[in-house]
Design a protein around this ligand. Structure first.
Ligand SMILES: [Zn+2]
Length: 346
């Protein structure tokens, strides 16, 4: 418990690796509700999208020593997370390849975990939501971390097309790149900090969010069409309101963890947020102290669950299972690029 709190305090100094949480959550909400998913399904995807970022920040943004990460989060050096943010890819051709890999990997990972006898039955739908949410994370980050939106703004083209909405031959003629991450890691390339549109105080955030929302709706449609064998009806009507235990984890703990840890870390919507969750009067000091109190309560409940004998996988919540028991990000990141390296699934 003490360790968990300490580690989360370190997390608060982490750097952004994504659209800030508010924007990821908004795009994911539209993707899910726009495709006919229930409120519980939407929340499961939003939480999955956030856990992708949370693990990345703990691994790469904080400098938390490995010993402590393993002790507290059971997280070893899990390189796959570095590849989940569409960052540090420097050419149109490599970006094209990345999009192809993300699509193929997402489809394959969905198929792999659907009806897989190795998967505990209670985790099956959760893992599928984890894959949907994590794939949306990468898709959304492209619009924040690349020069796609900058390019179309200069061309004065409105609305800005989504990646798939643009003609593929024309797309190849564009000069596309994403920002170096971490900043300063690639000589002669634009840094992440110069290019990202992660929060509302940054230029082109509104334009990036708008196209990322449409791209998210389109993405979910696309992966549903490619996997007709998946239980999409069951996923769309996902309802845990009658299950007190799952409801406590998803609706109370995981949802609060998403908002409160983001606010404490300054990543709900940057350091000068336009979006507030806890403070009705939009007072940042109040917002942060209320978020910290909510975060402490949530961590307390996670910590209690972690000590239970029946929690054999030692995960904070069943909704983290795809990430912490089945390592979906290894399948999803396979072949993706970052800093001129390709991730190879172990
Ligand atoms: Zn990200």
């Amino acid at each position: 418990m003490k360790n968990l709190l300490l580690t989360l305090c370190l997390f608060t100094t982490s750097k952004a690796m994504a659209f800030d949480t508010w924007w990821h959550a908004e795009c994911t909400r539209k993707a899910m509700t726009g495709n006919g998913f229930s409120a519980d399904a939407r929340l499961a995807a939003q939480v999955s999208n956030y856990i992708t970022d949370f693990h990345s920040a703990v691994l790469f943004g904080t400098g938390i020593p490995e010993k402590q990460r393993v002790e507290v989060f059971k997280l070893k050096q899990e390189m796959s997370y570095e590849y989940m943010h569409f960052d540090a890819i420097y050419s149109t051709a490599d970006i094209e390849k990345n999009w192809q890999s993300i699509y193929v990997n997402t489809i394959q990972t969905l198929k792999k975990y659907n009806n897989n006898p190795d998967v505990k039955s209670g985790f099956r739908l959760i893992i599928l939501f984890n894959i949907i949410g994590a794939s949306l994370h990468i898709v959304q980050d492209f619009y924040s971390h690349s020069n796609w939106v900058n390019t179309y703004t200069l061309l004065n083209k409105s609305p800005i097309p989504t990646w798939y909405g643009e003609d593929s031959t024309y797309r190849k003629s564009l000069y596309l790149y994403t920002g170096a991450y971490p900043d300063g890691s690639a000589k002669g390339k634009k840094d992440h900090s110069e290019l990202n549109k992660d929060c509302s105080s940054l230029p082109l955030n509104k334009e990036a969010v708008e196209v990322a929302e449409r791209a998210s709706i389109e993405w979910v449609k696309k992966i549903m069409e490619a996997t007709p064998e998946l239980p999409w009806g069951e996923l769309k009507s996902y309802n845990i309101q009658g299950d007190a235990i799952l409801k406590n984890f998803l609706v109370k703990l995981d949802a609060t963890f998403l908002t409160s840890s983001s606010i404490v870390a300054g990543h709900l919507d940057g350091s000068k947020p336009a979006k507030f969750i806890f403070s009705a009067e939009k007072n940042l000091v109040k917002e942060q102290s209320m978020a910290l109190a909510a975060l402490n309560l949530t961590i307390g409940e996670y910590a209690a669950y972690l000590t239970l004998e029946r929690n054999i996988y030692k995960i904070p919540s069943p909704y983290w299972a795809g990430f912490r028991v089945y390592f979906i990000t290894r399948d999803m990141a396979n072949g993706l690029s970052h800093s001129n390296k390709k991730y190879v699934k172990p």
